[in-house]
Design a binder for this molecule. Sequence first.
Ligand code: ADP
Length: 261
Amino acid sequence: MLEVSGLSKTYGEGARATHAIAELSFTVHEGEFVCVVGPSGCGKTTLLRCLAGLLPPSAGRVTLRGRPVSGPPEEVGFVFQEYSRSLMPWLSVRENIALPLRHKRLGRAERDRLVEEAVESVALTGFIDHYPWELSGGMQQRVAIARALAYQPEILLMDEPFASVDAQTRADLEDLLLRVRAAYGVTVVFVTHDIDEAVYLGQRIVVLTPPPTSVQEVLDVTLPEPRDQVETKELPEFAHLRAHIFRSIKRRQSLQGQGPG
Ligand code: ADP
């Protein structure tokens, strides 16, 4: 469905150039949940921006259903890390979620239905006429997820969306995401520096090297679904995968002289 081939991205020129991504190639299949994991600064945000058509790659290409991505495609929805900056404080939950739908030619009743269904799917029905600043961080991020879902994207791109909430809220949001993803049948590319989160959520994991970034390995996650915060994390396969990724990133960092100390 989504193909990244030979993607590279350099910011700036000459001596001041930053080679954020050296060369990346991977594929995302229809209906898959793919996690992209790598150390901070390895170009995860840069990669998502290229996938979203928000940033032109320096070389290589991204294709969605065989068509090159050159600007934000209609089929793509986003959830960013900074929920506080991504929601409009002067708009209610309902209005925030309806905002991107203006780009789709929908009747009023259809738009209201999509908004209300999405709000219900993230369990915020009682807060639909509240303003973002009246909600907790976790609730605001649920609004951002609902906004992306109401848009009915075929593919959802998520950039460390749960990085700035506390651990319990994060676990709840992870489970909520798995449930709504199954309900909406959407393909997800989820970027995180958190190895446990990648193993818990993903069906496949693309592990990135430290910069200049390329794909270190792609792993299949065959943990049973639905996942469970306690039972899944007790399974030997979970422990094995997280240890494998952790070691592989550390080994690479020390080879590239970027390890601590
Ligand atoms: P990650 O999301 O994995 O932390 P980023 O994609 O944010 O990584 O950044 C990768 C590298 O590119 C970093 O070295 C960062 O400093 C650099 N970078 C990111 N955005 C810009 C920009 N707009 N201009 C110059 N350098 C940038």
